[in-house]
Design a protein around this ligand. Structure first.
Ligand code: FAD
Length: 385
């Protein structure tokens, strides 16, 4: 692993962030807040070319990791992210002058069958073991809280700290906040090559002292030295995981809460109700499979009947940026001064403000927080030291 970046007076730093998804934009905001001059590049001609606006915007700090014993570091990062999200949302909304539908209603976990009661109970116990608040509910209590639920359910729980946002709005608000903070966002600029040396030069000729890679499931640029020799960064290629999603008109009996069952989730937004999602590892096409979409609707209708009849507004597929061990890569790469903010798989929206903090600490202060240690981007690099 290269030595941590030495602390530098942040006012002297010019940092390029490559990728304007939620990870790149949240990181740019944090770097700017710490005094760096920041420019964001994205190949898309609009914000939202990647996974972020195709996501459900759930901030599942408890649901996603309660039962994952082998992902303790990720659970801790998720918990931290869940805790800082309310302040992050408020700060972005204030800077942007508009909201992102941040909701603190909590998420419901529903057992549809007697067999699923055991699954839900294991999840509740795991949450409690991690100090995460859980409110166990009978079927009647759940229906009182969420009248959209079917009346033949077997109980479940409320996870009060699992919040959600409209991820597309979050991205737009971040873009506005950054512009008002003097961060340049250069759209329509694919970065295929970065030339290293005393500073890093991008294809438009601009020079930077640090580079942050936030390209999601996109291909990484190649890095070359001043004489054209390849500079290895030590990062694996992204592992794509396709997710298909159904967006329904928000019927009057549509759910107000995020609802999880074992094989589907429902995520309500003001303009639509999302029902998702497939998880197709290794797939990076965005073709829609109508049978998969109808399966999502059928599963959603089993828990909230209005899902069965609501009008379909649209469907889409997005590509989650996975890694070989399903944990993100956050920190300095094998090229000193080049940092990864990559591989956020199915939780990039949740993890964005926490990743932003960890990258800024390393890129500006030269500090590696204990929370970041498990996400060393070089953990897959067999040639690294
Ligand atoms: C169906 C679905 C549902 C999801 N639901 C949730 C959820 O509820 N909660 C949650 O937390 N997460 C969810 N996710 C995961 C989440 O969307 C991702 O983890 C997150 O969006 C990753 O953000 P990112 O900024 O890393 O990537 P992206 O949003 O993909 O952004 C990467 C950007 O980099 C740009 N780019 C790539 N290569 C280059 C290059 N060489 N030069 C310039 N620009 C480049 C792309 O154009 C893109 O705009 C979901 C994902 C899917 C597909």
């Amino acid at each position: 692993m290269p030595p941590p970046a030495s602390p530098v007076k942040s006012a002297t730093l010019r940092i390029a962030v490559i990728g304007a998804g939620i990870i790149g934009l949240a990181t740019a905001l944090e770097l700017r807040a710490r005094g760096a001059e920041v420019v964001v590049y994205d190949s898309g001609t609009d914000l939202g070319a990647g996974a972020t606006i195709r996501s459900a915007g759930m901030l599942g700090a408890a649901f996603e990791w309660a039962g994952e014993e082998d992902q303790r570091a990720l659970a801790a990062l998720a918990r931290h992210a869940g805790m800082i999200w309310p302040d992050f949302a408020a700060r972005v909304e204030r800077l942007a002058g508009g909201g992102m539908e941040f909701s603190s209603e909590g998420a419901l976990v529903v057992a549809r069958t007697a067999g699923e009661v055991e699954w839900a109970e294991a999840l509740a116990a795991a949450c409690q073991a991690r100090g995460l608040p859980v409110q166990r509910l009978t079927a009647a209590e759940m229906q009182r809280l969420e009248p959209a639920l079917a009346d033949d359910l077997h109980g479940g729980m409320l996870l009060p700290e699992d919040r959600h946002v409209d991820a597309s709005l979050a991205l737009q608000r971040l873009g506005a906040a950054l512009s008002r903070q003097g961060v340049g966002i250069r759209l329509g600029r694919r970065i295929d090559r970065v030339t290293g040396g005393a500073s890093f030069r991008l294809p438009d000729g601009d020079r930077f002292s640090r580079i942050v890679l936030a390209t999601g499931a996109g291909a990484l640029p190649e890095f070359v030295g001043p004489r054209g020799a390849n500079l290895p960064h030590g990062l694996p290629a992204s592992v794509p995981v396709k997710g298909q999603m159904l967006a329904l008109a928000p019927a009057s009996r549509a759910p107000r809460h995020v609802i999880h069952t074992r094989d589907v989730y429902i995520a309500p937004k003001a303009r639509w109700t999302l029902v998702g999602a497939t998880a197709e590892r290794g797939r990076q096409d965005v073709e829609i499979d109508r049978k998969a979409i109808e399966d999502l609707r059928r599963r959603g209708a089993a828990v909230a009947p209005a899902i069965g009849t609501a009008a379909e507004l649209t469907v889409w597929a997005g590509i989650r940026p996975g890694t070989p061990d399903d944990a993100p890569m956050i920190g300095q790469t094998a090229i000193p001064g080049v940092f990864a903010a990559l591989g956020h798989f199915r939780n990039g929206v949740l993890l964005a403000p926490a990743t932003a903090e960890l990258v800024a600490e390393q890129a500006i202060d030269g500090k590696v927080s204990p929370l970041a240690a498990a996400f060393d981007p070089l953990r897959f690099d067999k040639n690294g030291d």
